[in-house]
Design a protein around this ligand. Structure first.
Ligand code: TGC
Ligand code: FAD
Length: 392
């Protein structure tokens, strides 16, 4: 792969809206991605392997629990810093950002928000340092967009719970030490349980043959009469709103992350357009290529403004689920469109692993589907503005 010469577009001088802390956090993540992710990520994606050696670096830049308080090992940062970290990591690769999103928003967040003090103390510091890695089991083979229909269940056996069922498409599953699993009790009420690797009857087979997110490990969670200690139930919240609350946080991170992937594609295409000569002039001097590049930077700028304002609302505790859906949907589609256009600017070179564009494009096909599909987010906006729920 070519050396990483990335320069971030900032057409509307958004850096002026960031605090010194935001810029320090962002720049540390940016430098780490250039040094430790860019040089190796193409090879790992080609081999469909997760680069485990980056776990320590992710922890060091504060990517595991950016907004979790420092007393539990988190970085104690605000939501804009969290977003900027996700942006920089996804600039490197969406799969690496997935690992960080899952660890932070889908494992640490539910333990922090719904767990008791003993659970927080037991798990959060080790998750923040990367000593423990986690995954989040909501999706099932027959229940993806509609998780309320889940069949995974647990039964009270007096001194423990007995867990049965299966989860599919679970990021980090093949190597995770713990899983936050959503399952129904005897009354059909959804609860979160912390399942630990090594519990008898718990297995995590890897999902192969992915053309997308190849540097992220995806797998199943199988529960065959797993005895889960009662103290592993998250006591603070139950019902579908509990896992959906975690998704709010992860989807917010993705709204920022997608900007990173888009910026990398735009920056690569812009540089290539100035260097590639056809018909005796740089292709960047032709109107058609300029149209592509001008539209890309316009869309990136709009997405940056959307994410920044959402971050302000999130910092104030005022961001709604529907606002988060709009940003996730818009920014991922924006990134996917930019990846497709940028790929064309590079002509044949665009399909090779010499440049990051094709990898970003393939990754974004997962990002547009997970954490709520593109259409599901449209329906969330539709329900919010009309008051009519069109899901059912
Ligand atoms: P609905 O009736 O709308 O809601 C059920 C209950 O939940 C409450 N609620 C929320 N609470 C907190 N936060 C939210 N965001 C909430 N949204 C809804 C709601 O008020 C209600 O509470 P109550 O007390 O009245 O019961 O639920 P529904 O069954 O109609 O479903 C709505 C729908 C379709 C929007 C929801 O199911 C959905 O979002 N589906 C998409 C599923 C999804 O996104 N799955 C993601 C799996 S995790 C993943 O993909 C990780 S990839 C990570 C990576 O690698 O980066
Ligand atoms: P389906 O729900 O079957 O949807 C198929 C199509 O039907 C979609 O286009 C959808 O928009 C559409 N559709 C569904 N319902 C409606 C409706 N009411 N109206 C109109 N259209 C509709 N899940 C986890 O729990 N944890 C993870 O860590 C995780 N990681 C993932 C990693 C990867 C790489 C991938 C691909 C997925 C991951 N997922 C994870 C699962 C992901 O959240 C689901 O794939 C997603 O929610 C969609 O579910 P589904 O694939 O079953 O599609």
């Amino acid at each position: 792969m070519k050396p990483d010469l990335f320069e971030a577009p900032d057409y509307y001088l958004l850096d002026e809206l960031l605090t010194e802390e935001h810029k320090l956090v962002r720049d540390a993540a940016r430098s780490w991605v250039k040094r430790d992710v860019s040089p190796i990520i193409e090879g790992y994606a080609q081999r469909a392997e997760f680069p485990r050696q980056i776990i320590g670096g992710l922890a060091e830049i504060g990517a595991f629990g950016p907004y979790i308080p420092a007393e539990y090992g988190g970085a104690g940062l605000d939501q804009i810093s969290y977003g900027l970290i996700m942006q920089e990591i996804e600039r490197g690769d969406s799969g690496v950002r997935s690992t960080a999103s899952v660890q932070s928003s889908l494992v640490m967040y539910p333990i922090y928000a719904y767990g008791d003090e003993a659970q927080r103390k037991k798990y959060l510091p080790k998750l923040a340092s990367g000593e423990l890695m986690g995954c989040f089991g909501l999706t099932e083979p027959d229940h993806g967009s509609n998780p309320s229909g889940m069949v995974t269940n647990f039964r009270d056996k007096g001194d423990h719970f007995l867990l049965n069922g299966a989860k599919l498409w679970i990021s980090n599953a093949p190597f995770a030490d713990i899983a936050v699993v959503w399952a129904k009790n005897e009354e059909g009420r959804i609860h979160g349980l912390i399942v630990e690797r090594g519990m008898e009857g718990f297995s995590t087979p890897e999902t192969h043959n992915k053309w997308s997110l190849r540097a992220s490990a995806t797998g199943e969670l199988i529960f065959d009469n797993v005895k889960v200690p009662k103290e592993n139930l998250l006591p603070g919240k139950s019902g579908l709103g509990a896992p959906l609350g975690c998704l709010d946080s992860a989807r917010y991170g993705i709204a920022w992350g997608a900007i990173g992937a888009a910026m990398d594609c735009y920056d690569t295409a812009l540089r290539y357009s100035k260097e590639r000569i056809q018909f005796d002039k740089p292709i960047g001097a032709t109107q058609l290529q300029q149209k592509k590049l001008a539209e890309m930077v316009t869309e990136i700028t709009k997405a940056q403004l959307l994410a920044f304002r959402l971050g302000q609302l999130k910092n104030e505790g005022r961001a709604t689920t529907a606002q988060i859906s709009m940003a996730k949907r818009n920014n991922v589609e924006m990134a996917l469109n930019i990846a497709r256009e940028a790929r064309q600017v590079l002509g044949g070179m665009g399909i090779t692993g010499e440049y990051p564009i094709m990898r970003h494009m393939m990754n974004l096909e997962s990002v547009v589907t997970y954490e709520g599909t593109h259409d599901i987010h449209l329906l969330i906006t539709g329900a919010d503005i009309t008051g009519f729920n069109a899901f059912k």
